[in-house]
Design a protein. Structure first.
Length: 209
């Protein structure tokens, strides 16, 4: 697939994103998804399913593949989706909510990895990124739970959310079938001790193993 074809695919799938569904307020199983890189041509898709109430691991799968798409900002999904979807197919415990290391609506074409993953799986999906990518935002207040909107071309596309007092925020955006309010509530519940939500922290660790 060429870069032009990938951009066209994002445009084709973007109307399928559901931003109106409020999503589940509580789930039994939540999955964290992250991708690790080994050199220039190997990617490892890691999926860790946790019991949402206890944050104990219920299932985890990692799949390593050769990268099938170049490293192009805004098109990471085409590099990272194949091993992530392959890992999800091997799960024995089905998650009800996906939390991925990446962007959803906060993306140049409003269709980041979290949107793409949500549309392909049909599951409520949240994007949580470590760094800001697009748009502008004010620094949120220092207290945990404080947030400020990420604004792109006059539209709110996410939030800079403080998950720990005085620690750099994370960048939350809707992926599919969940409201921004609900997405942020889930991220806070899943981040009791560290800056990053536990599902992503554990998926990151698995992707490097």
């Amino acid at each position: 697939m060429s870069i032009e074809e990938a951009e066209a695919e994002q445009e084709r799938l973007r109307p399928l994103v559901d931003l109106a569904d409020p999503g589940p307020e509580r789930v039994e199983y939540v999955a964290g998804l992250d991708v690790g890189y080994a050199g220039d041509d190997e990617v490892t898709g890691a999926v860790v399913v946790l019991r949402a109430a206890t944050l104990e691991i219920a299932d985890q799968v990692a799949v390593r593949q050769r990268a099938s798409f170049p490293y192009v900002p805004g098109l990471f999904a085409f590099r990272e989706l194949p091993p992530l979807l392959a890992a999800m197919e091997k799960l024995t415990v089905a998650p009800e909510l996906l939390v991925c290391d990446g962007y959803g609506l906060a993306h140049p074409r409003r269709f980041g990895l979290a949107c793409h993953l949500g549309v392909l799986t049909g599951l409520p999906t949240i994007g949580v990124a470590k760094t800001a990518f697009v748009g502008r935002h004010d620094e949120p207040a220092a207290e945990r739970g404080s947030w400020s909107p990420i604004v792109l071309d006059g539209d709110v596309v996410g939030r800079a959310l403080r998950t720990r007092d005085g620690v750099k925020p994370v960048y939350v955006s809707q992926g599919h079938r969940i409201s921004l309010d609900n997405a942020c509530s889930h991220v806070l519940r899943l981040s009791p001790a560290f800056r990053l939500p536990e599902p992503i922290r554990m998926a990151d660790r698995l992707s490097r193993a």
